[in-house]
Write a protein that binds this ligand. Structure first.
Ligand code: FAD
Length: 582
C-alpha cells in the first residue's frame, strides 16, 4: 500500500452520514465527500488510475485505492460503518484471489447504488460482457485509456450524473418502528422496499425501538412509527404521507399532459420511456410502487438481454431512471379512481381528490393476486399470510418452515428465493403436476433444491392463529385426507384478477374485467356503443377513443414482462397516430 495516496483502510476525517449528503455529494466545506474507489493488483496501474481520478474529481470526491479485492472490501466496510457514500467502484478484472467481478458482486451488497465499472484488457472483453448481467455492470473500460479526457472522464461523468440523480433521496436513516405481526407495519416496509427506499426496521418491544418511540414521543398503541432522515416522526402514516416524506414525487407539476399512463409496472414504465423519449409530455400515475408485479420478482430469467436473470427491483430501477432521464414525471401513491371524457380531453380523478387532464391515456393497471378463500386467512393477512412475494419478509423466515401456494412461475421463483433463508419450503399445488403451469427451467431448479417439497393435489383448508399465523390445515384432494401443519409463513400466488372495477361502464371490459381493445371491439361489423369516430379502434385502443390499454390488464394479453413492455411501446406509437389524425 502506498503512503500519501489516501489508500484503502485509512480513515477520512470529518466523516458523517454520507447517505444524507447525496443531494450534494460534493458537499460544502467540511462535509463528507462521497468515495470513488479503485482496485487493481498492479501497483503502477492502481496509482495511475487514482492519479487520473484525483486530477478531475479530487476536489469533489474522495479517491480511495486498493490493491486487492479483499483490501477494497475491507475499505468499503469501514466506509459503510462511518455512514459515508460510495459513488463509483472501478475494479480490475484480472486480480489474483478475487477477480473484479467477484469483488463487485460482494461490493453490491454493501453499496448497491454505487455505479460499477470493470477495467479489462482487450482479451477479457467477453468476461466483461458477462459481468453486465452478473453484477449489473454499468460500464467496462478497456485498458489503457489514454487520454483520460476522451476515454475515462466522459464515462465517469455520465455515471456520476446518474448516481447523483438517483441517490439524492435522504433515505439512509429512515427508520420504521412497529410490531412484528402488525399488518400495517408490514405494508409500510413493503411500500418502502418496493419504492427502493432503504430503511431500518426496529421492533417496538426491543430496546432501540423503544428508545426511538420515546424520542419521537410516539404512542406504542398507534404504530408503525416512521422516522425520516430529517428527524420527523410520522405515526401510522398513509402511503401518500410516507411517499412525500421520503422524497417520492406525489403531485404533478402541470395540469395538462399529452399522455397520462396509469400504472407503473413494465407496461406503464415502457410507455413512459417511449412517450417521454418521443417528445410527449408524459406523466405516470402509480398507486403503490413502480415495478408492478415484476418489481416483486426475485429473479426474472426469461426477459430478453439478461441471460443470467435480473431481479425485479434492478429492472425497475433502470426503467425508472430511463423514464426520468427522458423527462417523464413518475408519481407514487397516485391512485386513479375515475376516467371520464371532458370534451376532447381525457380526465383522470385521483383518490386524494386530485385531477389530471390529457390528450391521451394508456391504461397499464395490470393484475393482482386473487385472495385465497379459506377460513382464517383474511384475519391473518399481513400477519403470516402474504399475497405475492413479500420479499421483505425473507430474512425473518430464516430457519423456519415456509408454505407457498401456487403452481405458476411466480410461486416457483418465490420457493427458490425463500429456500435460501427457510429451513424448508413446501409448495402447495392444486393441480396434478407443475408441468402444466410452470416453465421447464424453473421446475428443474426446484427439483435440484433438497429443502423444497412440492405437494400436488393439495390445498389450504383453513388457517389458525391468534395474533399471527400458527398453523394450517391442508387437504390432499386425491385422498381427501386432511392434516394440520405448524407454520408462521404462508405466501399465496394464485391466479390474477385485473384491477379495473373503477372503469366499469366507462370502457368495454370482458367478463373477467380485462379491458377489451382494438379489433375485438368490433362485433359483427358493429363498433362499440358510443364510438363516434369514422374509423375502427386502433389495435390497443379501448372503446373510448384516445384511451389505450397495455400489458396484463388487456383482454387476451400474454402475461409476461416482455409483452407488457412491448405493448407499452406500441401503445405510444398508436397515441402518436391518434394525435396526428384527431
Ligand atoms: C412474483 C412474480 C414473478 C414473475 N416472474 C415473471 C418472469 O420471470 N417472467 C415474465 O415474463 N413474467 C413474470 N411475471 C409476470 C409479469 O411480472 C407481468 O406479466 C408484468 O408485470 C405485467 O406488467 P403490467 O405493467 O401489465 O402490470 P403490473 O406489473 O401488474 O403493474 C400494474 C401496476 O399498475 C398499478 N395500478 C393498478 N391500478 C392502478 C390505479 N387505479 N391507479 C394507479 N396505479 C394502478 C399497480 O399498483 C401496478 O404497479 C411475474 C409476476 C410475478 C407476480
Amino acid at each position: 500500500m502506498a503512503a500519501g495516496e489516501n489508500p484503502a483502510g485509512q480513515a477520512h476525517p470529518g466523516s458523517g452520514d454520507g447517505q444524507g449528503e447525496r443531494g450534494n455529494p460534493g458537499g460544502g466545506r467540511g462535509a463528507p465527500r462521497a468515495v470513488l474507489l479503485t482496485v487493481d493488483d498492479d501497483v503502477s496501474v492502481s496509482r495511475a488510475v487514482a492519479r487520473d481520478l484525483r486530477r478531475r474529481y479530487g476536489g469533489t470526491y474522495r479517491i480511495v485505492r486498493a490493491e486487492s479485492g479483499a483490501q477494497a472490501l475491507e475499505a468499503l466496510r469501514e466506509i459503510k460503518l462511518r455512514g459515508d457514500a460510495v459513488a463509483v467502484l472501478l475494479a480490475d478484472y484480472r486480480m489474483p484471489g478475487m477477480n473484479g467481478i467477484e469483488f463487485l458482486e460482494q461490493a453490491m451488497d454493501l453499496f448497491p447504488a454505487a455505479r460499477r465499472v470493470l477495467l479489462t484488457a482487450y482479451a477479457d472483453t467477453e468476461a466483461a460482457i458477462d459481468a453486465i448481467n452478473v453484477v449489473d455492470l454499468d460500464h467496462y473500460l478497456l485498458k489503457p485509456w489514454d487520454p483520460p479526457e476522451e476515454k475515462l472522464y466522459p464515462v465517469l461523468d455520465a455515471l456520476l450524473d446518474a448516481w447523483r440523480a438517483t441517490d439524492h433521496r435522504p433515505v439512509a436513516e429512515t427508520r420504521v418502528v412497529g410490531h412484528r405481526w402488525s399488518a400495517r407495519s408490514y405494508e409500510v416496509r413493503d411500500f418502502l422496499a418496493r419504492n427502493q427506499v432503504p430503511y431500518r426496521w426496529y421492533l417496538a418491544d426491543e430496546p432501540e425501538g423503544a428508545r426511538l418511540l420515546t424520542a419521537a414521543g410516539a404512542n406504542p398503541e398507534s404504530l408503525p412509527c416512521v422516522i425520516t432522515t430529517d428527524g420527523s416522526a410520522l405515526t401510522d402514516p398513509t402511503d401518500t404521507e410516507l411517499a412525500a416524506q421520503v422524497g417520492l414525487a406525489t403531485a404533478p407539476t402541470g395540469d395538462f399532459y399529452d399522455l397520462v399512463v396509469v400504472g407503473g409496472g413494465p407496461a406503464g414504465l415502457g410507455a413512459a420511456v417511449y412517450g417521454a423519449s418521443e417528445g410527449l409530455r408524459t406523466v405516470l400515475l402509480e398507486r403503490h410502487a413502480t415495478g408492478g408485479q415484476a418489481g416483486q420478482s426475485s429473479r426474472i430469467e426469461n426477459y430478453l438481454g439478461f441471460p443470467d436473470g435480473v431481479s425485479g427491483s434492478q429492472l425497475t430501477d433502470r426503467a425508472r431512471r430511463q423514464a426520468v432521464k427522458f423527462g417523464a414525471e413518475l408519481l407514487t401513491a397516485a391512485d386513479v379512481v375515475t376516467l371520464e371524457a371532458a370534451g376532447p380531453a381525457r380526465r383522470l380523478l385521483l383518490a386524494d381528490g386530485g385531477q389530471i387532464d390529457a390528450h391521451t391515456v394508456i391504461l397499464a393497471t395490470g393484475v393482482s393476486y386473487r385472495q385465497l378463500a379459506a377460513p382464517g386467512l383474511t384475519e391473518l393477512t399481513g400477519r403470516g399470510v402474504f399475497y405475492g412475494s413479500a420479499l421483505t419478509e425473507a430474512p425473518s423466515c430464516s430457519g423456519q418452515d415456509v408454505y407457498v401456494v401456487g403452481g405458476a412461475n411466480s410461486a416457483g421463483q418465490a420457493a427458490m428465493y425463500f429456500s435460501r433463508h427457510a429451513r424448508s419450503v413446501t409448495m402447495l399445488v392444486r393441480g396434478k403436476s407443475l408441468e402444466a403451469s410452470m416453465s421447464h427451467y424453473l421446475i428443474q431448479q426446484i427439483a435440484a433444491v433438497p429443502t423444497i417439497t412440492v405437494r400436488v393435489c393439495t390445498e389450504v383448508v383453513s388457517a389458525q392463529g391468534t395474533d399471527h399465523l400458527e398453523s394450517l390445515v391442508l387437504r390432499d384432494n386425491s385422498t381427501g385426507q386432511t392434516e394440520q401443519v405448524d407454520s408462521q409463513w404462508l405466501f399465496v400466488f394464485i391466479g390474477a384478477a385485473p384491477r379495473t372495477d373503477w372503469l366499469d361502464g366507462v370502457v368495454v371490459r370482458d367478463e373477467h374485467g380485462f379491458v377489451v381493445a382494438g379489433p375485438d371491439l368490433v362485433v359483427d361489423g358493429q363498433r362499440p356503443s358510443g364510438w363516434d369516430l369514422d374509423r375502427d379502434p386502433y389495435h390497443l385502443e379501448s372503446s373510448v377513443p384516445g384511451v389505450f390499454v397495455a400489458g396484463d390488464a388487456r383482454a387476451e394479453s400474454v402475461k409476461r414482462v416482455a409483452s407488457a413492455v412491448g405493448e407499452g411501446a406500441m401503445a405510444v406509437a398508436l397515441v402518436h397516430r391518434y394525435l396526428a389524425k384527431r
